[in-house]
Design a protein around this ligand. Structure first.
Ligand code: BG6
Length: 468
C-alpha cells in the first residue's frame, strides 16, 4: 500500500555533516592530528581535508544559511582531537570554545544540534598506541564523552555515539581501523569492533546517568538486503549478510548481545573477540533511546560460489570490495538505476529498511544520512541540481509511507548540509544544499552558493513535507 501519513509537527527536518569533511583548520587552535590528517587513504590528485569547506572559519555564515534554509536540526560531529588533542590527555579550551560558539549559534536560530561524538577521526596519538586494539582507547572514549556531556550537556539533547561502526570494520583500510600500515587481520579488526561496542555501551550508560533528559543512540549504516532470487540458497545468504553487516551492530547496542548468527560466523572464522571482565555487564546495561541510521542504497546478494566471482569492486579507485567468498556473492540489482558513481538508487528500499528496524527494535528512528553525490556545475551563478531534488523527494515520500506503516520516525538529516570532501572520492563529488566554491586542489574563494535543492528543501520544510 502507499498510504502517506503527514509528518508530525515536531519532525526534525535536518541536514548532516561531519567534522573532518567540513571544518578544515586541521591544526589550528590547539587541535591535535587525527588519523584523517596523518594517513587516511586518499587517491592521487584528490583533495585532502586540511581546509575542506573551511567551516571552522565560516561557521557563523553557514549557520545563518541553515536558518534561511529552515533547518529544524543540524547533525554534525565533534572532532575528538580538537577537544582532547592527544585523545586521552589535557582538554583544549579553544576546541571546546569553538563548539560552544557553533552550538550557541544554532540555538540562537532555533536549530536543534544533533551531535555525533566520533565520525571516523580517531586522534592519531591514540592510534599510535594501538587505536581500538588498545583497551585504553575504550576508557579514553568514555572520558572524552564525559567532557562533552559536562561541557555541552545543557545545550545538546540528541547524542550519537559512533558513526558507521559497521563501515569502519568493513572498509578499515579506507576509514582507518587497520592502522597506519593499512593491514590488519580480521581477528584484530573484530576485537577492535568489540572494544568499540563496549566503549559505546559505557558512553550510553554514562549519558543516562549524568544527563537524564538527553537521548543517545548509535548510527550504523543500515540497508535492507535482497536475495538475488527466490532460490533458498540466495535467501539464506541474504539472511547471513543481514546478520553480519546490520544486525550484529544493532543487537549489541539495543539488546546487549551479539546476534547469534553473527557470533557463529565470528567463531567459525576464528575471529570471535575476547571479552574482558565486565564487558558482558556493560553491554547488557546500556540502552539507546533511538536508532540513528545512514542509508544510501540497498544490497543484493546471492549464494557464494566460493571463488573471486563473489566479489564486486566499487568506487573510482576500486577500493571498496563487496561480497565475501564463502559467505555471499555481491550481485548488481538490475531493477535499480545507479548514480554517477555507480551507487544504486533505491527509495523503496529505505522504507523497507525503516519497517524492518522498527519491527525488530521498536525504537524511534532518525535517518542521519541519505543523499546523492554528484558532479554539480555552476551555470550563471546557479546550480540546477534537479537530480538531487528528485532523489530526495523520492526518499522523503517513502518516509511518509513508513509513517503510514506505523513506523516511529522522528527526523531526516540528508547528507549533506554543505558541500564537503567526500570520504572516498574527493571534493568534486558533492552532496550539499549549499555549494562551496572550491575544487579538488584550487581553494578559489570558498564562497557559499545556494543550489536549486536549497530552495526546494526550504519549501519542503516550510510545508512540513506536504509541498514536495
Ligand atoms: C557515509 C559517511 O559512509 O557516507 C560519510 O558517514 C560519507 O562520512 C558518506 O561521506 C558518503 O560517502 P562518500 O564516500 O561518497 O563520501
Amino acid at each position: 500500500h502507499s498510504k502517506k501519513t503527514p509528518f508530525p509537527d515536531d519532525f526534525l527536518w535536518g541536514a548532516s555533516t561531519s567534522a573532518y569533511q567540513t571544518e578544515g583548520a586541521w591544526n589550528e587552535d590547539g587541535k591535535g592530528p587525527s588519523i584523517i590528517d596523518t594517513y587516511m587513504h586518499r587517491a592521487e590528485g584528490v583533495a585532502d581535508y586540511k581546509v575542506a569547506s573551511d567551516h571552522y572559519h565560516h561557521y557563523a555564515e553557514d549557520v545563518a544559511l541553515f536558518a534561511e534554509l529552515g533547518l529544524k536540526a543540524y547533525r554534525f560531529s565533534i572532532a575528538w582531537s580538537r577537544i582532547i588533542p592527544d585523545g586521552d590527555g589535557a582538554v583544549n579550551p579553544e576546541g571546546v570554545a569553538f563548539y560552544h560558539r557553533l552550538i550557541d549559534a544554532l540555538h540562537e536560530r532555533g536549530i536543534e544540534p544533533v551531535v555525533t561524538m566520533y565520525h571516523f577521526d580517531l586522534p592519531a596519538a591514540l592510534d599510535d598506541k594501538g587505536g581500538w586494539s588498545d583497551r585504553n582507547t575504550v576508557e579514553a572514549f568514555v572520558r572524552y564523552a564525559r567532557v562533552l556531556f559536562d561541557e555541552f550537556g545543557d545545550k545538546v539533547r540528541y547524542w550519537i555515539t559512533i558513526n558507521e561502526q559497521n563501515m569502519m570494520i568493513l572498509h578499515g583500510k579506507a576509514i582507518g581501523t587497520t592502522g597506519r600500515s593499512g593491514v590488519a587481520s580480521e581477528d584484530v579488526i573484530y576485537q577492535q569492533n568489540h572494544n568499540m561496542f563496549v566503549a559505546q555501551a559505557k558512553v550510553m550508560t554514562l549519558c543516562h546517568d549524568i544527563l537524564p533528559e538527553a537521548k543517545i543512540g548509535p548510527a550504523p549504516n543500515i540497508v535492507s538486503v535482497y536475495p538475488a532470487s527466490c532460490a533458498p540458497e540466495d535467501v539464506i545468504a541474504a539472511d547471513d549478510w543481514d546478520a553480519v553487516r546490520n544486525l550484529m551492530y544493532l543487537d549489541i547496542a539495543v539488546k546487549g548481545i551479539y546476534h547469534p548468527l553473527a557470533w557463529t560466523y565470528l567463531k567459525e572464522k576464528g575471529w570471535a573477540p575476547t571479552f574482558e571482565d565486565g564487558d558482558a555487564e556493560a553491554l547488557a546495561a546500556a540502552h539507546p533511546d533511538f536508532i540513528a541510521f545512514n542509508y544510501y542504497s540497498t544490497q543484493t546478494v546471492g549464494a557464494s560460489r566460493g571463488d573471486a566471482s563473489d566479489l564486486q569492486h566499487r568506487g573510482a579507485d576500486q577500493q571498496i570490495v563487496r561480497g565475501e567468498v564463502g559467505l555471499y556473492r555481491a550481485v548488481k540489482n538490475e531493477h535499480l538505476p545507479t548514480n554517477a558513481f555507480g551507487w544504486e538508487i533505491d527509495p523503496i528500499g529505505m522504507r523497507t529498511t525503516m519497517r524492518r528496524l522498527w519491527d525488530r527494535y521498536h525504537l524511534p528512528l532518525i535517518i542521519t544520512e541519505n543523499g546523492l553525490g554528484a558532479f554539480d556545475e555552476v551555470v550563471d551563478g546557479k546550480i540546477h541540481d534537479d537530480y538531487r531534488i528528485d532523489y530526495l523527494r523520492r526518499h522523503i515520500e517513502q518516509i511518509q509511507m513508513a509513517l503510514g506503516d506505523g513506523v516511529d520516525i522522528f527526523g531526516y538529516c540528508p547528507w549533506s548540509a554543505i558541500d564537503l570532501i567526500s570520504t572516498h572520492q574527493g571534493a568534486a563529488k558533492r552532496y550539499g544544499f549549499i555549494y562551496i566554491n572550491r575544487d579538488e586542489q584550487d581553494l578559489r574563494d570558498l564562497a557559499r552558493i545556494k543550489k536549486d535543492s536549497f530552495h526546494w528543501y526550504h519549501g519542503v520544510i516550510g510545508s512540513n513535507g506536504t509541498d514536495l
